[in-house]
Design a protein around this ligand. Sequence first.
Ligand SMILES: Cc1cc2nc3c(=O)[nH]c(=O)nc-3n(C[C@H](O)[C@H](O)[C@H](O)COP(=O)(O)O)c2cc1C
Length: 331
Amino acid sequence: MLKIGNLVLKVPFIQAPLSGYSDYAMRRLALDFGAPLTFAGVMLAKSAAHPKILRKPDFQPHEDEHPVGAQIFDNDMAMMVKAAKDLQDTGYDIIDLNFSCPTPKVVSRKRGGWMMNDPDIVLETYKRVRDVVTCPLTIKVRIGFDSSEYSYDYFYEIVSEVSRLGIDAITIHGRTVEQRFTGPSNWDILAKVKDEFPNLTIIGSGDLFEPVDIINKLKTSKIDGVQIARGAVGNPWIYKGLIDVWEGKPAPETPNLAEQAEIMKKHFDMISKLYDRKKTVWYFRKFVVRYCRLHPMRKHVLRSLIAAKTGQELIDSIDHWYSDNEKVKSD
Ligand SMILES: Cc1cc2nc3c(=O)[nH]c(=O)nc-3n(C[C@H](O)[C@H](O)[C@H](O)COP(=O)(O)O)c2cc1C
């Protein structure tokens, strides 16, 4: 069980916010496979605070997906406050403030991860948003902006102060902002922080791909939960695997080809309902790349699926490659 404010989650595995990926379709699949909470990708507060933009379907939570979280970033505190309140009022169940995004376009505008350079602004933003929203409120940070000592001190200052303020939870990605996604995520730091702040609810992030390894990281660091990010792209089965291993069962086998095909088609069907038809095949490709990794003939399958130009061609290709193992081997 994982408690984040008034949210009580049966298992401590959350679908991470993933910009460009964790739309309703991905979130719905994560829920179907057992994730007790999912997040939409980060939104710029200035956009989320704009009524016309907030009313767009992409920004709205769906009725059948609660609890669902929204995440925002901005260097404008008033915008963060307004966006958080508006997102809560539009139906999101939890708000997360992003101080972790390393994208150059974001960092160069002093948003997201750049803010790890300024603990005062991070803490003031958190306090002001806390004053106006009643739903659970969390923040996501990295272990510093870069590997300098003062950068770590800033990280430490943020963690100790939000802990003192009784934050609902903090998500820590065990890399610096400067590292972006290179090098291993530092789980020792997460364990150290948990040891020092045992009452702080800590969600870990970074290099979470395999159920057995994830449960091991969770148990050895003694943190409270994890955010599954790249590990869930084209692999919603990861949640079922996590629950099995968490309950002491063996890790499940890779889903068979028929199951893989069923979920890919379901995913594509949801995407087709969410977006303009012209965009769907192209948009789905980034998921196809990941789904194919589970197929024994991934290179051939990927080449064929990526070549599909229409939805029907994609479905035909899935039907061909995923119909049965024996046929595929002789192709
Ligand atoms: C394509 C992509 C988009 C991401 N978008 C977000 C985002 O919107 N908000 C966020 O907090 N983290 C975002 N992240 C970071 C992930 O949530 C996660 O913290 C990071 O990928 C480390 O976990 P992993 O190594 O298990 O993937 C993104 C990562 C990737 C690869």
